[in-house]
Design a protein around this ligand. Sequence first.
Ligand code: HDE
Length: 716
Amino acid sequence: MPNDAASPSLDNALGHHAPGAGQREFGTGFGKGGETHQQVPAKGKHGDGTAHLTDNFGHRIADNQNSLRAGARGPTLLEDFVLREKIFHFDHERIPERIVHARGTGAHGVFECMKAIPELTTASIFQKAGATCPVFVRFSTVAGGAGSVDTPRDVRGFAVKLYTESGNWDLVGNNIPVFFIQDAIKFPDLVHSVKMEADRGYPQAASAHDTFWDFIGLMPESLHMIMWAMSDRAIPRSYRMIEGFGVHSFRFVNAKGEGRFVKFHWKPVLGLESTTWDEAVKIAGADPDFHRRDLFEAIAAGDFPQWELGIQVFDEAWAAKQPYDVLDATKLVPEEEIPVQVVGRMTLNRNVDNFFAETEQVAFLPSNVVPGIDFTNDPLLQGRLFSYLDTQKSRLGTTNFHQIPVNAPKCPFHNFQRDGMMQTLVPTGRANYEPNSLAQAGEPGGPRECPATGFTSFRANDERNDGGEKLRVRAELFADHYSQARLFYRSQTASEQAHIASALVFELSKVQIEHIRKRVLSRLRNIDEDLAARVAKGLAMDLPEAAEAAREPVEMRPSAALSIQKNAKHTMKGRKVGILFAEGSDLAAIEKLKAEITEAGGTPFLVAPKVGGLAVKGGMLKADGQLAGSPSVLFDAVASILMPDQAAKLAKDGAAIQWFMDAYAHCKTIAHCRGTQVILDKAHVERDDGVVPIESFARVGTKRHWDREPKVRDLA
Ligand code: HDE
């Protein structure tokens, strides 16, 4: 028998008592229709209420500290089924990570229809204002592996699973409304080029390298997306502050069978907000889980993030008149042309109980649509309809991945599909085929099809299609690679344009093969001559000849909706403020500031040289974070309340100087007491609209002071 006494090092609280962590019962979360076989873990409890620790077959485990040995110093025995099962399971804990969007984080929530639109679609969720359904959302980066950081320059995935009463509707979108490529056949090439290079295995989670820009330079259709990816959209402040887009044109179908194109938009209630590049890089070191933590903490604190669901609806006649093809995923429909109407609201209100079971195992399928919503001929969407189902088999290992609770519909589901690896349902009866007449013999015959209410594909009314000939071609307007790249660039503020130019300089400066840089520059000239000149100057390169354009770009009316800064919400809601204090600081002043921030919807975070509790004027105060571990990049604005002697001491501490220097360089508000001045001088912080006395903090708030930027950074 294993003997505790033989292991003195275990004479502690580790002991025999199992962690007692809650375990959701298998089979919960399935719809009523899924005939589930309820496997319930052992019900037994210890006297103190903790569960009995058992193996996976329900055998109670007496000793979870020592493996079974032949004698105290003897070999371990093969018959130790407790050890073998535990190690066996552990050895297989990892599953293949997603080939793209490997790093992500998820949450549960609810979707509510705000405006019924039966004239547009028969989708059950849009039939009545006030109708709700549960949702699961997973946000992600694209290029990095599952263990990479949260803040690289990258597109963000915004995948929503709506568990509607007529089945799951997965809107698997991004935070950018267009994509790099037009045809699914190029996706493996795109992804290979951006991921770590094949021979050296780096860089991780970065597009700033030769192979990516080589591919981009050779694929001019990617340039519109490149404008977005080089903009501040690709370095968001928080998942709570990104937009989401379905990207493709989908189709709404109403009860009369009429179809219209629809584009989906998620608009964050907290407004759009981004970081600066320098900040994103520093956050990666200070908190690699910055976005994951931000979302988790906000939801845990009851500060539930919300998005409005907007739609742009247009018909074939309107689409035919546009200078771009609405089936081309590298093109957007400007909101000024077709306004976004809000029809719903999504609230994320519950963190996952288990990251692996839910966030890692969630499987999104763009092919999951509900009656009333249909696909279009967008060649990128068409490829996705195949890819996601296929990928789940290699990732989750079985065609029964739909039975995992997070993937299962919450409405009934019945069919004659049977068996397969890891089948967890226990279908009863003989009827596993259809048609059958078993009912006539008094046996259950199983489910039957629903001609009236089932999913019927829209009879494609695309008059512009070439009569169904088999062709490996793209439609004519797909050849316009530059008009919308130009539209995006020219819709930005001067500061945003400078960020795009600087991002291009940074990325291309990491490219070692010179002809690759030149080729990209030659393409930029077709977007905007000034942009190309700025980037060339930033690289100290001569401007090459402009590349030949497959189709002359057309001028489009700039769209204010494309700019983050033009739409910035000046609110403290959802924002975090770092407050620096030290020994002797005035507790009453700190409390007052905290209250102001909380009242405005923000979160105060106390930073001090030591965390355990410091004597301040008016009592003792514990910090939320230590100064060196809580750099100002983690906050939207900073404030400080310091006695002169402590400020003088901190003026010799690099962490304190950097705290203010970075906040200043990242154009954040700095609200400070008089004592802090000595540190500000050391950090070369000059007074401006955003560097204000502590009393003015509430007035100035957490907005960024972009007009400061030329003073602190040499932008391209
Ligand atoms: Fe994806 N994509 N994708 N994608 N994608 C995957 O599916 C793929 C595309 C997007 O949080 C994979 O389950 C192809 C566009 C998101 O689990 C894979 C093509 C858009 C997520 C896949 C595209 C997206 C994925 C990897 C070109 C924006 C994360 C694991 C035809 C509209 C979902 C998985 C999550 C994930 C394939 C293009 C968004 C391999 C072939 C365009 C948000 O199936």
